[in-house]
Design a protein around this ligand. Structure first.
Ligand SMILES: [Zn+2]
Ligand SMILES: [Zn+2]
Ligand SMILES: [Zn+2]
Length: 140
């Protein structure tokens, strides 16, 4: 009986946390060592980076409705505005390209393997594998 009550309480807490994240300033954080991207309202835990030692989190800015791809490391972000250029895992600064507005249709580049959810065919500029992305529509 006690266990049931506790698990109910825990799931309630989880729901509340998730709901408050939507209204708050959800940000994209990326570790400049291993390249992992995490959406969070505060700096994530730095424990156990898979590239060794601690994660080095960089705040790349608020999560939003625009797709951006770095033409150096291939990271894709849904961001409100052009993300911060600091801490590209491929070295020095990110080189963000605006791919267009976020949507429900999946597109994948057959050259670099990046997948984005877009309303229309994403912009082809700045493929990390050189020159232009080669988009294939994977969704409906
Ligand atoms: Zn890391
Ligand atoms: Zn980058
Ligand atoms: Zn590409």
């Amino acid at each position: 009986m006690m266990n049931l009550f506790l698990s109910l309480l825990m799931s309630l807490t989880l729901v509340t946390t998730a709901a408050s994240g939507v209204g708050g300033n959800l940000r994209n954080y990326q570790c400049s060592k291993c390249g992992t991207v995490v959406r969070s309202t505060a700096s994530p835990s730095s424990l156990n980076c898979r590239a060794g030692g601690s994660h080095w989190w960089r705040n790349l800015g608020e999560v939003g409705e625009e797709n951006y791809c770095c033409s150096k490391c291939g990271t894709v972000l849904e961001s409100r505005y052009s993300p911060s250029s600091t801490g590209c895992p491929a070295g020095n600064s990110h080189w963000w390209r605006h791919l267009g507005h976020k949507g429900d249709v999946a597109y994948q580049c057959k050259k670099c393997g990046v997948t984005v959810y877009s309303k229309y065919t994403p912009s082809s500029t700045g493929c990390p594998q050189g020159n232009s992305h080669h988009w294939t529509k994977l969704g409906k």
